[in-house]
Design a protein around this ligand. Structure first.
Ligand SMILES: [Zn+2]
Length: 234
């Protein structure tokens, strides 16, 4: 079976695989062509992509794993909408966990760990200068995971990874009024405190950094708006 291309050059037809459907839907969600709350009907999507409902269901299941889609029993799949409350709780949890993580990092970090953190900041700087939002955002989030991994508590690292992923979804859905350069600057200040092994300053800077990121979001409850699936995907 072969895929055919529609007017925009996107592959459709029975040859399209689950991964391609997953990717197209993820892109449409990330670029807000499919806004939060949009119902993702299996039948409608099956027609749009020209594939069976089984493939659609698999793609939706993957998207639910990415937390981009919410599956509601008996009602179907919807583009995920992190609530304002959820957003605030994620940041609160991050402040608590990351204050402990950075304090632990200062206790155990070797010179090599600190150099690795510095190298990471250099990459963030390059991505910001290159103006590539996707790798920039990914690197800014990863900074926090680098600290957690080096701090050495596997359980805390796993919890933080999930919280960082949820944060990117939240910053995707709530307009971020803060520039990436501000986060980079705060990462640099943190590194300075870490180099001095100044635990109190590092904990304080981490706390303030996460509060600043949260304050940069326009957190107001929005009524879920539907979108026309065919228009968004074709
Ligand atoms: Zn940060």
């Amino acid at each position: 079976m072969t895929a055919v291309k529609n007017a925009r050059g996107n592959a459709t037809g029975p040859g399209v695989d689950t991964e391609a459907i997953h990717q197209r839907l993820a892109d449409a969600i990330a670029t807000h062509r499919l806004p939060p709350g949009t119902k993702l009907g299996e039948e409608a999507l099956g027609e749009i992509f020209g594939v069976s409902r089984t493939k659609i269901r698999q793609a939706l299941f993957q998207l639910a794993g990415d937390k981009l889609v919410t599956l509601i029993p008996g009602r179907g799949a919807f583009v995920a909408q992190p609530s304002v409350r959820e957003a605030r709780e994620v940041f609160e949890a991050r402040r608590i966990i990351e204050a402990a993580v950075v304090a632990r990092f200062i206790e155990v970090a070797t010179a090599k760990d600190i150099d690795a953190l510095n190298d990471h900041i250099v990459l963030e700087d390059e991505a910001i200068k290159a103006g590539t939002p996707q790798s920039r955002n990914h690197l800014l989030g990863d900074f926090h995971e680098v600290i957690a991994r080096a701090a050495g508590n596997v359980v805390l690292t796993e919890i933080l990874s999930e919280l960082v992923a949820r944060t990117s979804l939240i910053t995707l859905f709530y307009q971020n009024t803060r520039g990436a350069a501000e986060s980079l600057e705060e990462h640099r200040l943190l590194l300075k405190a870490i180099r001095r092994r100044d635990r109190a300053a590092a904990v304080e800077l981490m706390h303030r950094h996460l509060s600043n990121v949260e304050a940069g979001l326009v957190l107001r409850e929005e009524t879920p708006a539907g979108a026309d699936l065919r228009a968004a995907l074709s």
